[in-house]
Write a protein that binds this ligand. Structure first.
Ligand code: IMP
Ligand code: MG
Length: 174
């Protein structure tokens, strides 16, 4: 089966919005240091684009999590498959994700990080698909709210491909 990619949000729009988010975060954390935690693998692209534009000091770290649950379960157990290298206690942590869909992975990861006593804990996502939400997760910084379509680019993949597209596209099968 071959697929085509239709542009949903252009590279220009994505870049402009990321700059706006970075300006907001920089203002909110004036005089502070941020521990930026990108969720692998999808959050890595957005995280680097965002943090490049943040003007307060940033320390970068990564986490990888998978959620064990199924479609009929409202909560799965989150397993951290790659943990942070940095300590969280007393730091201003911003978790950086590509897209929030059901919210399962994120809500459990946020709970886990909260248990490590950060000074503050925020969630920043490039995209939000609120129609698909199963578990409530408070989003502090959101790039775009999108309808329930499967998207790729800016870190997001379809079968591990298209992460490197500089725009947000919708996968269309022919
Ligand atoms: P959830 O919010 O726990 O359901 O999981 C969100 C994760 O699912 C994201 O980090 C993505 O890796 C993946 N995901 C959800 N929707 C999409 C999409 O439209 N395209 C690509 N990946 C997606
Ligand atoms: Mg992901």
């Amino acid at each position: 089966m071959s697929e085509q990619i239709r542009v949903m949000i252009s590279e220009q729009e994505v870049d402009t919005r990321i700059a706006e988010l970075a300006a907001k975060i920089s203002a909110d954390f004036q005089g502070e240091e941020i521990l930026a935690v990108a969720i692998l693998r999808g959050g890595a692209y957005f995280c680097t684009e965002l943090t490049k534009r943040i003007t307060v000091p940033v320390v970068l770290d990564f986490v990888e999590a998978s959620s064990y649950g199924n479609e009929t379960q409202s909560s799965g157990e989150v397993k951290i498959t790659k943990d942070l290298k940095e300590r969280v206690e007393g730091r201003n942590v911003i978790v950086i994700e590509d897209i929030i869909d059901t919210g399962r992975t994120l809500s459990l990861l946020m709970e886990n990080l909260k248990g490590r006593n950060p000074k503050s804990l925020k969630l920043c996502t490039l995209l939000d698909k609120p129609d698909r939400r199963v578990v409530e997760v408070p989003v502090d910084y959101n790039g775009f709210r999108i309808p329930n379509e499967f998207v790729v680019g800016c870190g997001m993949d379809y079968a591990q491909r298209y992460r490197n597209l500089p725009y947000i596209g919708v996968v269309e099968f022919e």
